[in-house]
Design a binder for this molecule. Structure first.
Ligand code: ATP
Length: 217
């Protein structure tokens, strides 16, 4: 179980903190607005009304032991940057920050944070990619141009072996598992025969995954 702090509980911050809770982590939620904190308090491990640009208030929250702190203050560039600087002064290593504009991004990258998030853009790209490859349920970048993808097997692929699906890209894609109704098949062989409705999880380079996309439709 991880321990996280989310500063700014607007739509983005509250959705992130509730999802972290659902995933079994402990979450400290912080917002300057008492009404917002009261609305979500009983769904988080701990919730505090505090101004994250106030050094003493931030120190009182005991967030230095957190695995990561997510700064989700959107509109106020000044508050977001000041909060990040204070967190850095507190030697918090893993700081993820929501950026709302180009100047915001530029300043954050100069200061140096672990990750800068652009929710609208990132969601836009995801939606476009899902529209492009509708059979891809989920995908995740794991760095170095490698992706994890979950693919829904169509009627057209009923009875196809993984070997046939991966012809020409076997060296660039690893089949990881297949979920069939309530069963999960791990360490699957290339000879594994797919059924319509299976969920197949693959790891591979984007180029290789793009090559097999037309075979999945
Ligand atoms: P979203 O799109 O996530 O709803 P947003 O990008 O519109 O948010 P804001 O609403 O400005 O951004 O900020 C998100 C949250 O951060 C708000 O709930 C706001 O009360 C809180 N917030 C703003 N300034 C501070 C601060 N100094 N300390 C703590 N929380 C703050």
């Amino acid at each position: 179980m991880g321990q996280f702090a989310v500063i700014g509980l607007g739509r983005f911050g509250s959705a992130s903190s509730l999802e972290l809770m659902r995933l079994g982590h402990s979450v400290i939620g912080v917002d300057i607005n008492a009404k917002i904190v009261n609305q979500i308090a009983d769904q988080l491990t701990f919730a505090a009304i505090a101004d994250a640009t106030d050094e003493h208030a931030l120190k009182d929250l005991n967030i230095t032991t957190c695995d990561a702190v997510l700064v989700a203050i959107g509109e106020s560039l000044e508050a977001s940057i000041l909060c990040v600087l204070l967190l850095k002064n507190m030697h918090i290593k893993e700081i993820w920050v929501k950026a709302t504009s180009k100047p915001h991004h530029t300043i954050l990258s100069r200061i140096g944070v672990s990750r800068i998030i652009h929710p609208e853009e990132e969601m836009g790209v995801r939606v476009a990619q899902s529209l492009n490859y509708p059979m891809v349920n989920q995908y995740m970048s794991i760095g170095q141009n490698l992706y994890l993808v979950e693919i829904k097997i169509s009627e057209k692929c009923q009875g196809t072996s993984i070997e046939k699906l991966l012809i020409g890209v076997k060296d660039s894609i690893d089949p990881l598992l297949v979920r069939r109704k309530n069963d999960i098949f791990k360490l699957i062989e290339l000879s594994f025969v797919l059924e319509a409705g299976d969920s197949l999880v693959l790891a591979g380079s984007l180029n290789a995954l793009k090559k097999i996309a037309p075979r999945l439709l």
